[in-house]
Design a protein around this ligand. Structure first.
Ligand SMILES: [Zn+2]
Length: 117
């Protein structure tokens, strides 16, 4: 299944941003929707955060964890090892609107599908 490899590689990309909050706490977050930043986008985000009082962006880091060919895919629900190409991908929408792709084994896919009615 070539489709699976594409989805897995895309979902492995994420962007971490280090922010100093107005209360002085420095925290590193994974951006919920942006998978990669560049300097222009980062500058805009910095200004937006500053002007809205959400804190000062200190740094960003793009992370690309494109898996090696022999990567072991496990079920996002029960952790069972999924044989290559036999997982079921389902898009899950978080309460903040971010979408993630979860991979489920046969059993969890059946349960998850039943839960969604
Ligand atoms: Zn499972």
């Amino acid at each position: 299944m070539t489709n699976q490899a594409t989805i897995t590689a895309a979902s492995a990309r994420r962007c971490e941003i280090t922010i100093r909050r107005p209360n002085g706490i420095v925290e590193t977050i994974v951006h919920p929707t942006i998978a990669a930043l560049n300097d222009t986008l980062y500058a805009k985000m910095r200004m937006a955060n500053r002007s809205s009082g959400r804190g000062e962006c200190l740094a960003y880091r793009n992370i690309d964890e494109t898996p090696a060919a022999n990567v072991v895919i496990t079920c996002d629900r029960c952790g069972a090892v999924i044989a290559n190409g036999e997982g079921h991908e389902q898009v899950v929408t978080w309460s903040n609107g971010a979408k993630v792709i979860n991979t489920y084994c046969d059993k969890c896919h059946t349960i998850h599908t039943a839960m969604r009615g």
